[in-house]
Design a protein. Structure first.
Length: 80
């Protein structure tokens, strides 16, 4: 998606939003949790970039902040 082409339908009808999709009333960015299910353990709010294909509806999000990515590497479990 970052190259302007949808990986699902190959459309170039892709749009970007720089502050991420808004959740609730707290503004741009979502919260990272420690995945215990208890939202009182919020790490912080994270800004991210969202890309949406207007032809098929596919959506991707990216975290552009290197420090946040390092924090995720330390606290999350690697998949595969």
């Amino acid at each position: 998606m970052k190259n302007g082409q949808c990986p699902k339908c190959n459309s170039s009808n892709v749009f970007r939003y720089g502050n991420g999709v808004r959740f609730g009333e707290d503004g741009g960015g979502d919260s990272l949790t420690d995945f215990t299910g208890d939202v009182s353990h919020l790490i912080r709010y994270v800004a991210y970039e969202s890309y949406a294909c207007l032809d098929c509806g596919y959506l991707e999000d990216y975290i552009p902040d290197a420090a946040t990515l390092q924090e995720i590497q330390k606290k999350w479990t690697k998949f595969a």
